[in-house]
Design a protein around this ligand. Sequence first.
Ligand SMILES: *[C@@H]1O[C@H](CO)[C@@H](O)[C@H](O)[C@H]1NC(C)=O
Ligand SMILES: *[C@@H]1O[C@H](CO)[C@@H](O)[C@H](O)[C@H]1NC(C)=O
Ligand SMILES: *[C@@H]1O[C@H](CO)[C@@H](O)[C@H](O)[C@H]1NC(C)=O
Ligand SMILES: *[C@@H]1O[C@H](CO)[C@@H](O)[C@H](O)[C@H]1NC(C)=O
Length: 364
Amino acid sequence: MGKSAVCGLRFLLVLGILTQGSNVHFVSAQSFPALVCIGASQSDVGVNNNVQGSVARANFLPYGRDFINGNRRGPTGRFSNGKILPDLLAENFGLPFPLPYNNPTATGAAIVQGINTASAGSGWLNGTSSALGVIPGTQQVQWVKKWQQNLVAQVGASRASTIVQESPYLINISDNDILAYFQSTELQQQYTEEQYRKLIIDTAVSNIKDLYSGGARKFAVTSVSARGCSPGQITRYQPTKRDQCVGKIQTFVQKYNTEYKGATQSLQSTLPGSKFFFADTFSITVDLFLNPSKYGFRENTSRACCGTGTFETGPLCNSLSIGTCLNATNYLFFDSEHYSQNAWRIIVGTFIEDLKSSLLTQSP
Ligand SMILES: *[C@@H]1O[C@H](CO)[C@@H](O)[C@H](O)[C@H]1NC(C)=O
Ligand SMILES: *[C@@H]1O[C@H](CO)[C@@H](O)[C@H](O)[C@H]1NC(C)=O
Ligand SMILES: *[C@@H]1O[C@H](CO)[C@@H](O)[C@H](O)[C@H]1NC(C)=O
Ligand SMILES: *[C@@H]1O[C@H](CO)[C@@H](O)[C@H](O)[C@H]1NC(C)=O
């Protein structure tokens, strides 16, 4: 009651409202109040910089050399030359870039429009990140719930609950769980591929339910992209066949994505008022790898910009790396595992409008 009065006042000024019986339905809001991000390196904007002892970092050149955000320029911890997924979403939504949860400046008014807990090297499974000491997905969910509580102190219970319910939760995690399986004979002996996929998805589902119980309603869940096509995976598994993606990873990822999408659809039908958007980027990222010129990329996609372009990532991609390209614009990958800013723009461009129209509609 109190909440819909606040919403009504807020939107009445800019939007038409449609009255049906006694319920007020907002025709469509223009944007979201905040953005929350849970993820791994493809969404890490600096969490690992403040994780004691972590080497899975990118807060040094050549990372960030094309990054510009207001007065902030240069390396930040993002695994790319410039902006990455959460930045492009925030930009499109007209929101500031959500700060890393554990950054000392992420307090007070600075957290009202969102937070980012993504930690490079992590996964849904605690075991995926334990060797690196980074923040697993389960712990990120607990951070997000603390953020929700901190919001109350900032804006009061009523506004906080509106923010929590109307903001999208980007869930961009699980590729490291998958890569870990192929690197570990122990995991392969312990689980069949099918059992392992189920383990990741069950963990994802229980964590998403936990977010829902804290009030979250709008979820932007990403598929895993064509990870078998990254230069680093090609070097690891088939260094003499650089123009092909690694088949066993690709097959696993495709099955995973289908099952993961199915799980989000059943969550939507069982959690009242929830709305899920599943961003499937598998096909576009295969096509970018195989047909780069279609998208304006002039360089061979099996070679990244940083260093030799075949294995360097994290600490191995640094200002002393020999061979780093001068201009990343024509490269699909900036380092051997992570897309360039230019690639991110194309990938995000394939789903951003659908994401918005899907999550901005009123839940039934
Ligand atoms: C994973 O770690 C979190 C804390 O970070 C803990 O709450 C959870 O129980 C752990 N899950 C498993 C399956 O060990
Ligand atoms: C993160 O999202 C992007 C874009 O949808 C996708 O390409 C990538 O594979 C996702 N990563 C994970 C770990 O889900
Ligand atoms: C890209 O480079 C690799 C390794 O040098 C080579 O095998 C492949 O044929 C090249 N692809 C194209 C499209 O030139
Ligand atoms: C990189 O190349 C693109 C076109 O290929 C150009 O538009 C851009 O200005 C170049 N950037 C730098 C930093 O030289």
